[in-house]
Design a protein around this ligand. Structure first.
Ligand SMILES: [Fe+2]
Ligand SMILES: [Fe+2]
Length: 270
């Protein structure tokens, strides 16, 4: 199986140094084929916060795919927010804000959903949906297609009015048509997984969602710091939710899914 480490909402500027060290240690032990970072690397998009986020990433010698989050656009510096919203992200993290990684097992496309005008909420643009179709069309069969955004497509269990990404229905239509199997996001600071069809009734194809919690910030929202280790094979996805227990990251929950008749079905514990 191929191993992905999925981290989100690091929020450098409000990070806990002890948790940063623990996360580096835990990810390194898993030696992932790819690290996916689904946004909010910083708290206020300051240069020093991006420098700290970059120094953290540089200590993890694995391929990575990083998208920005709303916190990676300045909030109070209005001139920069509208004139050059992702200038610091591009300078310190990646020049490309819709990155694509293709290996022999995984095709992962990141889409930047952060916007200057609706600072907190996010959306997908028409041209990004086109990019999704184009990128995934060229992927060889047998390679799992993964879409990465900061803003989520699936609410946490029990949440009736979550801030989901704008233009979700249209993006999901494209994801469905081009064979995306897995979507990774963050923003809500809660870790969970499930089938996108449980919320989007218009989607017919089974697409699995995994959300990552708050990786390294001490400003948590009800859940301890966490990240996900995801193992992939053609017809199987295992999500391990690894939670900070005050000293180290440990597996708190593990959910496995098997693809049966084109449906991602949870594997029941024996
Ligand atoms: Fe966040
Ligand atoms: Fe966010």
């Amino acid at each position: 199986m191929t191993t992905l480490a999925h981290i989100s909402d690091l929020h450098f500027g409000t990070e806990s140094p002890e948790i940063v060290e623990g996360l580096i240690e835990d990810i390194t032990r898993h030696a992932p084929a790819l690290i996916v970072v689904s946004g909010d690397l910083t708290q206020r998009a300051r240069g020093r916060e991006f420098m700290a986020a970059r120094a953290f990433l540089d200590r993890l010698p694995f391929p990575r795919l990083v998208v920005p989050g709303n916190h990676d656009i300045p909030l109070f510096d209005v001139l920069t927010r509208f004139a050059r919203p992702l200038a610091r992200f591009r300078r310190y993290i990646n020049d490309e804000v819709d990155p694509f990684v293709l290996t022999d097992k995984v095709a992962a496309l990141g889409i930047n959903t952060a916007r200057s005008n609706t600072w907190k909420d996010g959306r997908v643009s028409g041209s990004q949906i086109e990019k999704l179709r184009e990128r995934m069309k060229a992927v060889p069969p047998g390679v799992m297609k993964v879409l990465v955004t900061h803003h989520p497509f699936l609410p946490p269990p029990g949440d009736v009015s979550p801030p989901l990404v704008g233009r979700a229905a249209e993006a999901l239509q494209a994801a469905e048509a081009c064979g995306v199997d897995l979507m990774l996001a963050g923003h809500l600071h809660v870790g969970y997984s499930g089938d996108v069809r449980t919320h989007h009734l218009g989607v017919r194809r089974s697409i699995l969602v995994a959300q990552a919690g708050t990786a390294t910030s001490h400003r948590i929202r009800g859940e301890a710091n966490s990240y996900n280790v995801i193992r992939l094979a053609t017809d199987r996805i295992d999500c391990s939710f690894r939670v900070w227990d005050g000293k180290r990251f440990l597996e708190a929950k593990s959910l496995g899914y098997l693809k049966r008749d084109a449906d991602w079905q949870p594997i029941k514990a024996a």
